[in-house]
Design a protein around this ligand. Structure first.
Ligand SMILES: [Zn+2]
Length: 398
């Protein structure tokens, strides 16, 4: 039996530095057991914290042979793992094993979550790459390895409205093999103007279901699943356990916060798209925020945050009722042109993150002036060393 190990790239680099300094040292980090994807369990390395006597632990060491500190383990935790990273003469070699009660899993791949989204095969189980003539021009722009990695991502997309339908279509065109669409809303007549992939005959159907039908025509090889519930529903949480990337294209902060929490605890990147168009005293104000959060490099609350954070927390905790959809739609206009710009930015950010061109979390803020001039800013994050969301990185089993 084999498993996969998911590690934030920043932590992995830290391990390498520590082992390079002292190859005989042992680095102990807490880890969580997430779930199974196609029968392969995944273990996630958690944010190191003050917790002692962790019920699950991964020991990382650089010298060949089992380090001495392992032999005197009198009361081993139910879940524990060992990862050996070859250094010096053993450079390039890596092996690992995870013990869960009496079961033993060899680590088949190390997912380094972060820029490049690299998957290091530990056993020789990498799927053969194949060239799809439909994407030859994209391969010409990005390279086959990046295209293959993007296609292999299991994507959980929360929100299938105006931005979400455009983004999902882009993912389907890229050939993403596993896409789960989450949206609690039904297609209404006023969606038909700006949404992608829905038609008059879809009015009254769940948005996710109607969109999925269209995507299956675009990408017959891909698997599209639907959840016609909100982001905090148990089905969505279960789907998040099995994903490599969380995308949110929602028009409310509670759902955006739920997406950020799922991405953080399951240690996967989070791509968030938000657009807004308002008329204020006759002048049009239009803009978009597109944020890509790399696990371990801050969280959505630090990279731009939420407009109504406290309210979002209360609604998500069930302490306050969510505002009705009508209340929201009355306040907002929408421009498909703006949505396309924002989604175009988001898709390119994802591709550049997977290729490694984007190193770390990244925020692009698009503004369309009342005179029609588009500009893009790259605001800095507002980091908080005491951030509770960041502290929950990888705590998938808590
Ligand atoms: Zn944070």
């Amino acid at each position: 039996m084999t498993c996969r190990l998911r590690v934030p790239l920043s932590l992995f680099q830290d391990w390498l530095d520590r082992l390079a300094e002292d190859p005989s040292s042992v680095v102990a980090v807490p880890m969580s057991f997430v779930s199974e994807v196609s029968g392969t369990p995944i273990c996630v390395v958690r944010q190191p914290s003050e917790e002692r006597n962790s019920s699950a632990v991964l020991l990382v060491f650089g010298d060949p042979g089992v380090p001495e500190s392992l032999s005197g383990w009198s009361n081993p935790p139910a879940l524990r793992g060992f990862l050996w990273i070859g250094l010096g003469a053993h450079r390039g070699q890596i092996s690992g094993v995870v013990l869960c009660h009496d079961a033993r899993f060899r680590v088949e791949a190390l997912d380094l979550v972060g820029p490049g989204m690299r998957r290091l095969p530990v056993l020789d189980t990498d799927r053969p790459s194949f060239a799809d003539p439909r994407l030859s021009r994209t391969v010409g722009a990005l390279g086959q390895a990046t295209v293959n990695r993007v296609r292999s991502l299991a994507v959980l997309q929360i929100g299938c409205g105006r931005n979400g339908s455009l983004l999902a279509l882009n993912l389907a065109r890229l050939g993403v093999e596993q896409l789960t669409l989450v949206d609690p809303d039904l297609v209404e007549e006023h969606n038909l103007g700006e949404m992608e992939g829905v038609f008059e005959s879809d009015v009254g159907l769940p948005k996710a279901v109607a969109l999925a039908r269209h995507l299956r025509l675009v990408n017959r090889a891909g698997a599209v699943q639907t959840i016609s519930e909100g982001a905090s529903h148990a089905d969505c949480v279960a789907a998040a356990r099995e994903c490599d990337l969380v995308v949110s294209c929602v028009d409310n902060d509670p759902a955006r916060l739920a997406a950020a929490i799922l991405a953080t605890i399951f240690c996967v990147p989070h791509l968030d798209v938000g657009t807004g168009v308002f008329l204020s005293e006759g002048a049009r104000l239009a803009g978009a925020d597109v944020r890509l959060i790399s696990p371990g490099d801050g969280c959505l609350l630090e990279w731009g945050g939420l407009a109504r954070r406290e309210e979002a927390v209360r609604i998500l905790s069930g302490l306050q009722a969510a505002p009705t959809a009508d209340w929201q739609s009355e306040r907002m206009g929408s421009l498909r042109s703006l949505n396309e710009m924002a989604v175009g930015l988001a898709v390119q950010m994802l591709l550049d993150f997977v290729s490694g061109a984007i190193q770390g979390s990244f925020w692009q803020q698009l503004e369309l002036s009342p005179q029609g001039r588009a500009s893009i800013a790259h605001p800095a994050p507002n980091r908080d060393p005491a951030c509770r969301l960041c502290a929950s990185l990888g705590k998938a089993d808590l």
